[in-house]
Design a protein around this ligand. Structure first.
Ligand SMILES: O=C(O)c1ccccc1N[C@@H]1O[C@H](COP(=O)(O)O)[C@@H](O)[C@H]1O
Length: 215
């Protein structure tokens, strides 16, 4: 039987990839605003992509420790449904951003060991959703999008009051196991549906969502 799993396809840079994600059944599409990422998009590029997203599919902007000037321009130019904060934003900064922009916030938390799970509680009162991702490896040039999974056993049998997404190293081959091990109802993927860093593959997007939903 098909599972009711909501999928976010992140790091979209082309209209054809947005269409592929939407047609495959994505619940969220994500645009990366981080210059060191191969998936980085400019404001006008993101605006054009976001305007092509149909109602019912949430548009998410991913930023990393962005300042107010950057977020002012972003939220002014690009129609958005969520901000995904993927840096070291403190709980106080998350609250400030929520109040200033009036958008729900997804806060990314990097996990490498059990002690990192304490971060989840720290953000539970302020974020609208959590994104539980692998902590970047030493020397990484970006805090996510590294095709790296964490030990799913660390969150097996766990649940939190907030809605949450599982991320980090997911791909069409491991997604069913990830869902079975963690009980995640929402998933986020970027590298695992790419032919090369920053180049999405429509076939992999379709396979990911199909395998995630067990269809
Ligand atoms: O995708 C990026 O380049 C990126 C840059 C900076 C922060 C986060 C980024 N990606 C997010 O990381 C997770 C996991 O990605 P992956 O599936 O392991 O490639 C996901 O939320 C991406 O959107």
């Amino acid at each position: 039987m098909a599972r009711d799993i909501r999928v976010k396809i992140c790091g979209l840079t082309a209209a054809a990839d947005v269409s592929a994600a939407v047609e495959a059944g994505a619940a969220y599409v994500g645009f990366v605003f981080f210059e060191k990422s191969p998936r980085n998009v400019g404001l006008m590029q993101a605006r054009a992509l976001a305007l092509g997203v149909p109602p019912g599919v949430a548009k998410v902007a991913l930023t990393v420790d962005a300042d107010n000037a950057t977020l002012d321009a972003l939220t002014d130019q690009v129609p958005l449904d969520f901000l995904q904060l993927h840096g070291e934003e403190s709980p106080a900064r998350v609250s400030q951003i929520k109040a200033r922009y009036g958008l729900p916030v997804i806060k990314a938390i990097g996990i490498a060991e059990a002690a990192d799970l304490a971060q989840i509680d720290a953000y539970s009162g302020v974020a609208d959703q959590l994104l539980i991702d692998a902590k970047p490896p030493p020397g990484a040039t970006r805090p996510g999008g590294n095709a790296l999974a964490f030990d799913w056993g660390l969150i097996a049998e766990r649940d939190w009051a907030l809605p949450w997404l599982l991320a980090g190293g997911l791909n069409p081959d491991n997604v069913a196991l990830a869902v079975a091990r963690t009980g995640a109802r929402q998933l986020d993927v970027s590298s695992g549906v790419e032919a090369a860093p920053g180049i999405k593959d429509a076939g992999l997007i379709r396979a990911f969502i199909r395998n995630a939903q067990g269809a």
